[in-house]
Design a protein around this ligand. Structure first.
Ligand SMILES: Cc1cc2nc3c(=O)[nH]c(=O)nc-3n(C[C@H](O)[C@H](O)[C@H](O)COP(=O)(O)OP(=O)(O)OC[C@H]3O[C@@H](n4cnc5c(N)ncnc54)[C@H](O)[C@@H]3O)c2cc1C
Length: 134
């Protein structure tokens, strides 16, 4: 079940084990995966607006994951400046969905040495080099 509560999207996914997954918050916090009380409260509050009974469930696990993104919101795919290193990241909220097509083009590149023409928009060198990387 999906819904919008107070402008924020919330989803509830029943698992075969009987568990219910509730997600997900979104914050720009770098690589910090600390689960905050506020994030948990917001999710439970919004999930309860859709399904009032959720607050009677036992609390299981809670996790925070990363959605690597880029300044222009497009992925980074292609050879890095370090010879032999190929980047395929920055898919933000769609990394699972885009994994097969990304993997196919990376595998083709590794086998043939020819970059996919679609990679042009995703070139790693489209961003200025930061001082600490120079
Ligand atoms: C709650 C949540 C729900 C999501 N739902 C969806 C969805 O429904 N559909 C969808 O398409 N996408 C979804 N995503 C987004 C998707 O998970 C990401 O886009 C995808 O995981 C990004 O893949 P990545 O390989 O770029 O980075 P990551 O998956 O973050 O992988 C990076 C890896 O590098 C490792 N690493 C980091 N630093 C180092 C280091 N120094 N040395 C060695 N290893 C290191 C990490 O441990 C990690 O395994 C969701 C994300 C979250 C958090």
């Amino acid at each position: 079940m999906r819904g919008i509560v107070r402008g924020a999207s919330v989803y509830l996914v029943p698992r075969q084990s009987g568990e219910l997954v509730i997600g997900a918050t979104q914050e720009e916090l770098g690589a910090d995966t600390t689960v905050t009380a506020g994030g948990l409260w917001q999710l439970l509050r919004d999930a309860r607006a859709l399904v009032p009974g959720v607050t009677e469930l036992a609390l299981g696990d809670f996790v925070a994951g990363l959605r690597p993104g880029t300044p222009d919101n497009a992925p980074v795919i292609g050879p890095a400046r370090l010879p032999g290193l190929v980047l395929a990241t920055g898919h933000f909220r769609s990394g699972v969905l885009l994994a097969p097509v990304t993997a196919d083009t990376v595998a083709d590149f590794l086998a043939t040495g020819t970059p996919d023409p679609l990679w042009k928009a995703f070139a790693p060198d489209r961003f200025p080099v930061r001082a600490e990387e120079a």
